[in-house]
Design a protein around this ligand. Structure first.
Ligand code: FES
Ligand SMILES: [Fe+2]
Length: 372
């Protein structure tokens, strides 16, 4: 009995320790690209605020059109630089007028200095982050606090396109959830028949058993190319138009990317959803889709919007339940992808900590079965 109590006490202190750790560590994955804003938001001398992984940023564009991302706090006294002024090249703080090169963050002028002053202005930097523009998004490379971006930053993700001419559309919505819940919600196959019921997609009664093959890919996993579910109207339509089989391939890659490519003959549809942590209790889905099907954007958008809204509504309700820290479960096989996500994340952090190569949680292709 004593032993049990001691064990229980130990276990509960471990739990408390873990809780404390969880409370202080927001569980973000640093040193990756995240979409910070839409390209279309940055025009002229406009400064746009963004919050990514709890880091406040100010985004803008130089006179040459190059997008930049600077930490939204002046290194002098912390005034948000977003209250300042952009002159095409430099960003001027509205408090004491220090000026910073917008692309490098390097200080170029401190107006209060006299000719007697020895302060080396060019040694002062506002925090700046690598910034790229792809697929209509401003991507920011979020290196960990207190570190510098690497010498060679990898390229930001780009949507796969399969022809010169295509249509493209963007949607986004916020979820009042931790990034992990946002992501496992995104890759969760079992909620479809309950959350996404609609006349044009599927009915609850259409639930049936599925077997899907998955394979490991670097930093993620792939649902191997296959013919999509026969009960989905859009896929049926695609098949009708081309008369050729439809194949679909879905990838998840750390830190937050889900891409889907559907192809049938010469027609294709390519989409990407990212879930980006804004704060530890808020994340944002950015969805972009491009296609060369004879499908006008105005017909596709309401369909995609409905889908996103259904997910958003679900996550809002789930957040109510999660507020009270309930115990949760991940079951096989329907939640196996969520398990892989957590394992990928843990193994990546471990490999970064030890310098050893990252261990992939899958050792080869595997077939998962669930009803949805
Ligand atoms: S706070 Fe920015 S110049 Fe002083
Ligand atoms: Fe969903």
């Amino acid at each position: 009995m004593m032993r049990m109590d001691a064990e229980a006490a130990l276990e509960s202190s471990r739990e408390t320790g873990r809780d404390a750790e969880r409370a202080t560590d927001p569980g973000f994955l640093w040193d990756f690209w995240y979409p910070a804003a839409r390209s279309s938001e940055l025009s002229g001398q406009r400064l746009v605020k963004a919050l990514l992984l709890e880091v406040p940023l100010v985004l803008g564009r130089t006179a040459e059109g190059k997008a930049f991302a600077i930490r939204d706090a002046c290194p002098h006294r912390g005034m948000p630089l977003s209250y300042g002024r952009l002159d095409g090249e430099t960003l001027e703080c509205r408090y004491h007028g220090w000026r910073f090169d917008a692309c490098s963050g390097q200080c170029v002028e401190i107006p209060s200095l006299t000719s007697q002053d020895k302060l080396k202005v060019d040694r002062i930097f506002a925090g700046h982050y690598p910034c790229e523009e792809h697929d209509g998004y401003i991507w920011v490379y979020m290196n960990a606090p207190g570190t510098r971006p690497p010498e060679r930053v990898p390229e930001a993700p780009a949507l796969k396109l399969f022809s010169e001419k295509y249509r493209i559309t963007h949607l986004s919505c916020e979820l009042p959830s931790h990034i992990d819940h946002g992501i496992i919600g995104l890759m969760d196959p079992a909620h479809g028949p309950f959350v996404h019921q609609s006349w044009f997609w599927r009915k609850r009664a259409s639930i049936h058993e599925k077997a899907k093959q998955f394979e490991p890919i670097p930093n993620g996993f792939r649902m191997s190319p296959h013919s999509p579910s026969a009960n989905s109207a859009p896929y049926q339509l695609l098949k009708k138009i081309t008369g050729e089989p439809v194949t679909t391939m879905i990838d998840f890659v750390l830190p937050n990317l889900r891409t889907e490519i559907d192809q049938s003959g010469k027609l294709w549809f390519s989409s990407r959803a990212t879930v980006t942590p804004v704060r530890r209790d808020l994340c944002r889905i950015d969805f972009v889709a491009a296609w060369n099907l004879p499908l006008p954007v105005f017909l596709f958008r309401p369909f995609a919007k409905t889908f996103l809204r259904q997910d958003q509504q679900t996550m809002i309700q789930q957040a109510e339940g999660l507020k009270h820290n309930p115990r949760l479960m991940l079951i096989d096989d329907a939640d196996r992808q969520a398990k892989w996500y957590f394992a990928l994340k843990a193994n990546l952090l471990e490999s970064r900590r030890t310098g050893a190569p990252m261990v992939h949680p899958m050792d080869g292709p595997v077939t998962l079965r669930w009803r949805s």
